[in-house]
Design a protein around this ligand. Structure first.
Ligand code: NDP
Length: 233
């Protein structure tokens, strides 16, 4: 399979890129831009050669996404799976009186509009893929069951990402597209912190199992964790 992963230079995105390569897939590793460190992707390029393509994609910039999709269309006939992993976590533990609307807007820009625009511009290539799966990396923070307060920017953006996933499934599911919003678990990355109980590699294995699995036409529960356990929206 050919898999596009956004935010592939570190954290879960990097773990997904490593696992996908180890399983024999080709990877389009989306990285934000020249400022992003890509050292951790170098060993993959050395080991797997042209099965790994670094694709500059700033998910907060539609022009960058459009350009990346045009570049990809020149080189590849189709993409089988899109994993929207890139995200930011801003303004946690803020009381409503401290809410910074700019942080809310930035969170929506990256965590919601990013995946929407990636899908919008890469859809023609995804339609030509043999597998046709979309995995939006969400969070339990976006679940009404997981709300613990003071997490307006991130939680609202992930909750809206879940609804985007539902919309996408309603539109594209009948045409054979698999769509999931996936909570990857609380994992040790820059975002998750050192104290997180889970590791990104295990989460990546579960997410790739989901992407590879043949499912029913309905696709099962929309919002699940990395082991496939349904989550409450
Ligand atoms: P990290 O903070 O470790 O990594 C974030 C990644 O997103 C980096 O590669 C970063 O690139 C990229 N990114 C951020 N903004 C942009 C942008 N505008 N364009 C392109 N890339 C961008 O996060 P994690 O790996 O932990 O998170 C991965 C996913 O998992 C996210 O969707 C997150 O919300 C979700 N998640 C994580 C949990 C955890 O415990 N870690 C728990 C629940 C959900 P750069 O290096 O350029 O900044």
């Amino acid at each position: 399979m050919r898999i596009l992963i956004t935010g592939a230079n570190r954290g879960l995105g990097l773990a997904l890129a490593r696992e996908a390569c180890a399983r024999g897939h080709a990877v389009l590793a989306g990285v934000r831009g020249p400022g992003s460190s890509v050292e951790q992707l170098q060993p993959l390029i050395e080991q797997y050669g042209d099965r790994v393509t670094i694709l500059p994609i700033d998910v907060a910039d539609e022009n960058s996404i459009r350009y990346a999709s045009e570049q990809a269309a020149v080189r590849f006939e189709g993409i089988d799976v899109i994993i929207n992993s890139a995200a930011i976590l801003l303004g946690r533990n803020q009381k409503l009186e401290q809410l910074d609307l700019e942080q809310l807007e930035q969170s929506f820009q990256t965590n919601l509009y990013g995946p929407i625009l990636v899908l919008k511009h890469f859809l023609p290539l995804l339609r030509k893929g043999q597998r046709q799966a979309v995995i939006n990396i969400s969070s339990e923070a976006g679940s009404s069951a997981g709300a613990y307060g003071g997490d307006y920017s991130y939680a609202l953006s992930k909750s809206a990402l879940n609804m985007f996933s539902a919309q996408l499934r309603a539109e594209l599911g009948p045409q054979g597209m698999l769509v999931h919003a996936v909570h990857p678990g609380w994992i040790r990355t820059d975002m998750g912190g050192e104290q997180a109980p889970g590791d990104a590699e295990e989460s990546a294995r579960g997410i790739l199992d989901l992407a590879e699995r043949q499912t029913t036409a309905e696709g099962g529960a929309l919002f699940i964790d990395h082991r496939g356990v349904p989550m409450r929206l």
